[in-house]
Every structure is written in C-alpha cells, then in structure tokens.
Design a binder for this molecule. Structure first.
Ligand code: GCU
Length: 673
C-alpha cells in the first residue's frame, strides 16, 4: 500500500477495560440489511474491533422485538419510531448491563455512531455507562478539493491529486479509503475539482465523465458523502456552443437545465455545484451586467427539482487594483458585493464565505458578511491547506483559529449570534448551512504532507460536526488515535500543536497585517512582495510606522461594515484588539502597546521569540526518537528543520526590514542585519 490510513491506522491496545462488552454484535435493521451504508458501518466496526482489541465478532441479524432480548454485546439498531432527540444523521449510544446499543434513524447515523464508538475505543476510553445523543451542529460539512484534472493541486502541499490524472478520473482503493477517512469524522459532502475550472474540468458535467463520476458518487454514498462539482460559469460558451453565458438568456437557462438533468440521470444523489464567479479572472454574471443573485439563481433553479444545492463563493474582489489608490479596499469587497443581495437568493443557494475578508492569512478579522446577511444561507469557508500558514512544512494547528472565528459575536441579533450560530442555521432557522474546508490532502503516503497536518483534516471534520468541541479535545483525540499511548508522546505532540499557530504568527507578519510573502508561491518572507502590486494587499510601511487605516473616520471605512459595538471597537485604536491593530490602523513605530512595549520593539521581540520557539519544538520532537514509529519521526524531523530555516529567514528579513525603515535599534541589541 503506498499510503497509510491516518487516524484509522488502528493499533492494538492491550488490557482495554471494556472488552467484555464488545465481544458480540447484533444488528437489527429489518429489510435494510443490504443497505450499503449499513454494511459499511458493520465492516468498519468489526474491522476496528479486530485490529484494536483483537476481537473477532460475527454479526447476527435479528428483527425488532428480538433485539430487546439481547443481553450481551454491541447492538446496532435502526429506529423506525420518531425519536425526536435524534436527527437524520444523529445517533444514540447507550451502555447498560452487558450491552452497548448504537441506535439511529438512518444508515448514515449508524455509521457515525460506529465511528464514534471506534474513536472511544481507539483512545482507550471506557464506554461503561455511556449514554449520549449526538446530532451534528451543521448540516453541510464539506471539503473543497482544489484538484486539477492534470493531476496537479492548486495550493496542494501533499503530492498529486488522487482524483485526477492526465484529464482522467482515478478510481481505486484510495477512493474508498478517502471516503472512510472523511466519513469517520462526519464529513458528508465533497467537491473534488478546483474552484478554478479550466479545460477538461469544464467537461466534468458532460457524458465524457459522468459514468466514472457515478462510480465515485456511489462509493461516497456508501459513506454518507455527497459528490459536488465546481463548474465553469462560461461552460455554455466553452462547451455548449452558445455565444453567451448570460444568466437571463433563455438559451443559457435551457442549456443548464439540460445539463443538470443529464447529471441526475447518471447520479441521482448528486449534491450540486460550487461556483467561483467574477473572481480572479473567472467568468461570471458581471460580464452581462447581471448580479450574483441572477447568476446563482439560474443555476439553483436548474438544480432545485432534484434537491441539488448551488454553492456560490463570495470571494469576489478587484484583483487589478492600483497600489497608489488608498480608498479601494479589498477587505470591503465581499460585503459590498453581496450585502445588497440579501434575501434575493433561491432557498437552495448557499453563499460560501471565507473566514476573513482577505484570504486565509495567519490573522484576520472575521468577515463582516456573517453579521450582515440575514436572509441568506451561509457556509463558512476555511482553508485546511496551509497556503499562508506554512504550507504543511511548518506546523500550524488551525483549529484554535477556526474556533475563534466560530465564537465571534456578530451582534446580528438582539440576543446575540455567533458565527457558529449563523452558519449552523440556528440563528435564522435555516437548513442549508454549514462549514467547508479547502482540503489539505494529496497522494502523499501520509495524505497531508506533514504528518501533523492531518490534525487539521481530522479537526475540521470534528469541529464541523460539533462546533462546541475545544481545540484541546480535538488535538488529544487525534493524537491518541494516531500515536502510541505514551504520556511523553501525547504531551509533547499536544504542546507542539497547541502553540503552533501562535508561534507561526510570531515569526511571520505582525499584528494582523498579513501578506509579506513571496508572490505566487506564498511561502517565505518578502515584505514588499505584494506592496506595489495589483492584488490589494498592502502594509503601507514607511519610516514612521505601518498598517492600513481602515477606519470610517480617516481610512477605507471597512470598520463600518461591522455591527455595533464591533464597528466602534475596531474603529478606535485603544479598543481595537491588538492582534489586529495593523489590520485596522496605521500605527507609529513608537506607539506603546498594552504590554508597555513600542510597536517596533514588539515586532523585534516576537520575531526573535518565534524562531526560538521553533528551535525548542525541534528539540522536543527529537526527544521522541524511539517512542514513535521511525518513519513518522524522520518525516516530521525533516520538516521541522525546514520550518526552523523558514522561521529564521522570516525573523531576519522582517526585523531587518523594519530596522532599516525605522532606524530604531533593538533595545536588547540582538543581531539585526
Ligand atoms: C487564493 C489562492 C488561489 C485560489 C483563491 C480562491 O487567492 O491563492 O489559488 O484560487 O484563493 O480561493 O479562489
């Protein structure tokens, strides 16, 4: 096998306390015995029991009333009554006497219940006395793969695509193992092709590929996952022979209707489309003077009769900006483009909004659209692929960042509404809502390039299922499912993960300003790399200070896109959270921070600290030699050394740049070049 199974690489646990409860398996699903998802649930459970506990269970099928008499072992039961505590995807696990019952209304619920039990056993946790009802907090829990059909992956740091190669679709064992992996953490939807749809990918929605896509969709369906595709808004022109792709043109509407009809003939459970339109050179409705509601609704209407969803990205901004222009602000673009369309979308349209207003920087404020839109379905988009956060060379555990976004209070409602309340659909009683992550996977042996980056994939699924889990809980679960259960191993890896985001932030761009990366690749420091460019990503540093004035009073006005009291909080330099100071304000180098340090000294100190902390991480990792499998140890060690080099490069470039700009010396006289 040229890949591992990440957290499903079960290892044997000796002396597990509750083995006696797990030696038999009774399944009561009546006429649904051959349901593929139920079969998969049973297979997953028996496979895990065998590998983790060395128990061989054979599965007994029984009908409803008989199960009540079963007195030992695991009982999987499909409920036909109306248990209002369990949703369609939810499950109950109940341990009493000598039985462990997993009950659900659907095969999907049973599958999730089985994976839950496996997770507990795999961590060595007792299941005695367990009595839980678990329902997902988000209905849509989705991955977006930026895989191209030539096999490359845009912003991919883990090898090549395992979905495509040479314009063909790949289907093999890994397709199924992928489905197992992501279903095990509750992901129920996936877009397998890049949002930038070019060439052959435009044809994915045609008969050239639909046969193979059906096979993939069937494999996914066996694990409760719906297949979605990214589409090219200009497809009617590029492959349909029409002169336009104007959403109000009847020929265009008919073309999409026929296209969608064909897709559903092949793939009856097809999820729908994801669209990047009028963004970074991609076609869209603006060409025809139409709105994004016109564009999205046309596609949504085509999908509606089949229950499909139309996911429309809000990452729309002017990427041909003039750096001399201090008024245009890329941060404002998503809000400006979409706020006026609130309430104008079909109910199967979902707007997908990046967590921040810029582009997945190490620190950004939360997108003001979450607090702005009130009558529109929304999905929160995060990026597990570490484009700007170390590219899976540097460790950066992102769950704490995503937690901050989810916990952000938008003040959209009188009694409050966090981003988690909004994207779960709770705030406005919506159904088609949730979370999406740009995937960090590829065909590398370990799937995610850096072994520790798998924590982000695992964590995304767990968090999308239950936004209330803490970053610490998720980290511990993942570590225990992935590494040997030795205190030192668990503690060391836990510490590394938990400090990795703050450390990455320290040695890269300071206080929310972002960017300062090498253009194109986005890895490594280059302070002015994007400063005089067209992308709208400026730091505005001069000899006196740096930062972008985004206040209403004297700047771009971005701060005013928030509800009160957030707007005033950001507007005011004294109340603006310091980690975002330079995002909202132009600040002088001698400005005193709350710590009592000047801004310039803070920049120097954090950069020295960041690099030192990476040095410590490397030492801590090296202390694990012999305690974890050697191949994992070596793979990560190599990456830690690259991270160290990177952190030192960042430290010296940033410090030198600002020393030369400001002429202010480091108080501690450390080496700055
Ligand atoms: C970033 C990224 C692109 C990507 C884009 C998007 O700008 O660098 O590669 O296409 O985001 O989210 O659409």
């Amino acid at each position: 096998m040229n890949y591992n199974q990440c957290w499903l690489n079960y290892s044997f646990i000796e002396n597990y306390s509750d083995k006696d409860l797990l030696t038999e398996l009774t399944v009561c699903v009546n006429e649904n015995k051959n349901d593929i998802i139920i079969q998969n649930a049973i297979n997953e459970l028996t496979y895990a029991l065998k590998n983790i506990l060395g128990i061989n269970v054979s599965c007994e099928y029984q009908d409803g009333t008989e199960t009540e008499k079963v007195t030992t072992g695991i009982i999987l039961k499909l409920l036909n009554d109306d248990n209002s505590k369990i949703s369609e995807e939810g499950y109950r696990i109940l341990q009493t006497g000598k039985t462990v019952r997993i009950e659900a209304k659907t095969g999907q619920g049973l599958l999730y219940g089985c994976f839950d039990l496996i997770r507990r056993i795999g961590q060595g946790l007792s299941v005695r006395g367990l009595d839980i009802n678990e329902n997902p907090k988000n209905n849509i829990r989705m991955l977006n793969h930026w895989d191209n059909m030539d096999g490359s992956i845009e912003r991919g740091y883990s090898g090549k695509s395992f979905f495509f190669e040479n314009d063909e679709i790949l289907i093999n064992e890994r397709t199924k193992d992928y489905a197992r992996l992501i279903a095990s953490v509750g992901i129920n939807a996936t877009v397998i092709n890049n949002v930038n749809v070019h060439k052959a990918a435009t044809e994915l929605i045609t008969e050239r590929y639909l046969g193979k896509l059906r096979t993939i969709a069937d494999i996914f369906a066996g694990y409760g996952i719906k297949l979605f595709l990214s589409i090219n808004f200009a497809a009617p022109i590029e492959i349909g022979g029409l002169p336009v792709s104007d959403p109000l043109d009847e020929r265009v509407q008919n073309w999409w209707n026929d296209c969608v009809k064909k897709i559903y003939e092949y793939i009856p459970n097809f999820g729908g489309f994801l669209v990047k339109a009028d963004s970074e050179g991609r076609p869209g409705p603006f060409t025809y003077g139409r709105t994004h509601a016109d564009g999205a609704n046309m596609l949504a209407r085509a999908l509606k009769p089949y229950g499909g969803l139309l996911i429309w990205r809000c990452f729309v901004y002017n990427c041909m900006q003039d750096w001399r222009d201090y008024k245009t602000d890329r941060a404002k673009a998503a809000y400006d483009n979409f706020i006026g369309l609130d309430g104008k979308f079909e109910d199967n349209v979902v707007l997908q909004i990046k967590n921040g207003p810029m582009d997945f920087q190490v620190r950004e404020p939360v997108s003001p659209l979450f607090g702005g839109l009130k009558n529109t379905n929304m999905i929160l988009e995060v990026q597990a692929a570490q484009e700007y956060t170390g590219q899976q060379i540097d460790v950066c555990y992102l769950i704490p960042m995503w937690k901050e976004v989810l916990n952000f209070e938008t003040y959209a409602k009188e009694d409050g509404a966090t981003v988690a309340d909004i994207v779960s659909g709770r705030a406005y009683n919506q159904i088609n809502c949730g979370m999406a992550a740009v995937s960090n996977t590829g065909n590398d042996f370990n799937w995610t390039g850096h072994d520790l980056a798998a924590a982000n994939l695992y964590g995304f699924g767990r968090l999308a299922w239950n936004t209330e889990l803490t970053s610490e809980q998720i980290a511990l679960e993942w570590i225990k499912l992935t590494f040997p259960h030795k205190d030192k191993v668990i503690k060391t890896i836990f510490d590394i993960l938990m400090k990795s985001w703050p450390v990455y932030e320290k040695y890269t761009s300071p206080l929310g300003i972002g960017w300062m990366v090498n253009p194109g690749s986005h890895y490594g420091p280059n302070v002015d790399g994007y400063e005089y460019d067209r992308w709208g990503t400026y730091h505005r540093a001069d000899r006196n200070g740096l930062g972008v004035d985004r206040t209403v009073r004297s700047g771009t006005g971005y701060a005013g896109q928030y509800n009160e009291p957030n707007a005033s909080m950001y507007e005011n330099i004294e109340t603006c959270p310091e980690e975002l100071l330079l995002f909202f304000h132009y600040v002088r180098y001698d400005y005193k921070l709350k710590s009592g340090k000047t801004l310039i000294q803070h920049i120097y100190d954090t950069h020295f600290e960041g690099a030192e902390e990476v040095e410590k991480m490397v030492r801590d990792w090296e202390d694990l030699k012999g305690l974890i499998p050697d191949d994992v140890y070596m793979r990560c060690r190599e990456r830690f050394y690259k991270q160290l080099e990177n952190a030192r490069e960042w430290r010296d470039r940033i410090n030198t740049y600002f020393y030369r700009k400001s002429g202010v010396k480091d108080e501690k006289n450390r080496t700055i070049y």
